[in-house]
Ligand binder design. Structure first.
Ligand code: FAD
Length: 487
């Protein structure tokens, strides 16, 4: 029997349940579909597309070691997907198609159509759960309802994992194909260097960013292992300082599925002597971050409206966001006059990645200080992040905008000055990304406009603050006051 493994956001051979199942079913042929129209409609960043293409090459090498061919095809429109797969099933004498589930609304609809087409034509279609340690739909309150707040979700999540150790187990490698000649299917099938509309050299120094983001299994595992060996135990202490290399930076691999989530959790468990929720506080905090990722996937599974530009908290639908194209552009460029905000945005624009603390500060600044619609920021992040991931990005933006799952009321407004002094006390991060401020001392660096005389400030050639924080804070609170749901 022959199986088709359709790869999507699961570009790995290790810890891959659908690939494993396909290999147990029969000889495997693997397929990846390049779909630029889908990428565009989901704002996928060129830097992420470049990373996908480079990872596909490495994935092909890993699959070929198992005698599994990887065929890469390109389509013009998502609606071509069912027929493309059907035709390949017929051409390659496939009996069954295996996929890992994606939870976003458009992806789920697409996969349902593929399933219908294949089943109508007598093919088996097998969907496996992969992206979360605990499948969405399984972490529920006593009343059988989904959680809308993180902490109780995490407690319930841990309880399930303690009771069902099998969920944590890394999925074994696929069985190799016995028939080596299947590799013939990928002959003359080139994986493109680039895809039209996603040219990274328009924005970046391509060699520089490719050097930053090495692709493939070895690079992914090396990053994870280095983190668990040398950094995880100090994670709690270092994770909020963007100047320190204190986090794992595995998010680009997780976003395209070049690392499996069970592999990550197991690394943390090794470092924490097998403990999930006690033991070393660095490891426990990191496990908690993996749980945040999981939480946001469960949220989108239960509340698909978040995939449709809707806020999680329905009453926040009626907020009057400000229309401020100029402010938005300055925020995008990292020219807000708030050094800690600008440093984060410039890191994003140069590297395609941003530290979590900087993401929160930048998102809070856009949505509270500038009172600009979170959907604009969410889109800009997706268009530029190498680790762009719908659930985490939407969750992070809605949390910051107070339209999401934050348990705090609407008045959580970060003070950018205090955030800067606390998380980058010596200004090391700011100096790296905002070099025009590098001559300032550690008091001045956080607020050059207020700490320098007018002529000294002018010499810096650094923008004036876009907005006064105290005024903006009051404005944001007023905008959230007395909102009522119209549902
Ligand atoms: P670590 O601190 O080492 O954490 C390990 C992993 O846990 C991460 O790789 C990630 O998969 C997960 N994780 C950590 N923190 C969070 C979190 N707050 N929410 C969800 N998952 C988390 N993450 C993305 O992967 N893609 C995004 O598009 C994305 N957009 C975000 C937008 C905003 C406004 C905010 C506030 C956060 C966003 N995050 C996103 C979450 C977080 O910032 C990144 O996952 C993290 O910075 C990645 O760095 P790391 O791999 O070193 O993380």
């Amino acid at each position: 029997q022959r199986a088709l493994m359709w790869f999507k956001s699961d570009l790995r051979v290790t810890d891959n349940p659908a690939l494993r199942n396909a290999s147990l079913y029969g000889e495997v042929i693997a397929l990846y579909i390049i779909s630029p129209q889908e990428w565009k409609s989901h704002d996928v960043a060129p830097i992420k597309v470049d990373f996908i293409l480079r990872n596909l090459k490495k994935l092909r090498e890993s699959l070929n070691e198992l005698n599994i061919p990887l065929v890469v095809k390109q389509i013009n429109h998502v609606k071509e997907t069912p027929n493309l797969i059907l035709n390949h099933c017929k051409e390659w004498n496939i009996n069954a198609v295996f996929i890992n589930k994606e939870y976003e609304v458009d992806e789920s609809k697409r996969d349902l159509k593929v399933q219908k087409t294949l089943e109508e034509n007598g093919f088996l279609f097998d969907i496996t759960h992969d992206q979360c340690v605990v499948p969405p739909g399984r972490v529920l309150t006593k009343d059988g309802k989904p959680y809308s707040v993180f902490t109780p979700f995490k407690k319930a999540w841990i309880k399930i994992l303690l009771a069902e150790n099998s969920l944590i187990q890394v999925i074994p490698l696929p069985e190799p194909n016995i028939d080596q000649s299947l590799i013939i299917h990928q002959e003359k099938n080139e994986i493109p260097e680039k895809v039209e509309g996603f040219d990274i050299s328009k924005k970046y120094d391509a060699d520089y960013v490719r050097g930053l983001w090495a692709a493939g299994k070895e690079a992914a595992h090396k990053k994870l292992e280095q983190f668990s060996k040398f950094k995880i135990l100090d994670y709690k202490k270092n994770r909020d300082a963007p100047a320190l290399d204190g986090t794992s930076v595995i998010s680009p691999f997780l976003a395209i599925g070049a690392l499996g989530i069970r592999e990550c959790l197991n690394e943390a468990l090794i470092a924490n002597k097998g403990l999930l929720d006690s033991g070393n506080e660095g490891a426990v905090t990191w496990i908690s971050e993996l749980c945040w990722r999981e939480f946001y996937r469960h949220v989108l599974f239960h509340y698909p409206r978040v995939c449709m530009y809707q806020p999680f908290k329905l009453e926040t639908k009626n907020i009057k966001w400000r229309d401020d194209p100029e402010g938005f552009e300055k925020w995008c460029k990292g020219e807000t006059g708030y050094p800690i905000v600008d440093a984060g945005m410039r890191q994003l624009n140069k590297t395609g990645w941003m530290h979590n603390r900087s993401r929160m500060i930048a998102a809070m600044f856009l949505t509270k200080d500038l009172l600009i619609d979170w959907r604009k920021g969410e889109k800009y992040f997706m268009e530029n992040l190498i680790d762009g991931d719908f659930a985490s990005n939407n969750g992070g933006w809605q949390w910051s905008a107070s339209t999401g799952t934050d348990s705090q009321p609407y008045f959580r407004v970060f003070n950018p000055l205090l955030q800067s002094q606390k998380n980058d006390p010596d200004g090391v991060f700011i100096k790296k990304w905002v070099p025009e401020l590098k001559g300032l001392n550690k008091k001045q660096i956080h607020c050059p406009k207020d700490c320098l005389g007018a002529s000294e400030f002018k010499k810096l050639n650094y923008p004036l603050p876009l907005v006064d924080h105290d005024m903006a804070r009051k404005r944001a609170i007023d905008a959230f006051k007395n909102l009522k749901t119209d549902e």
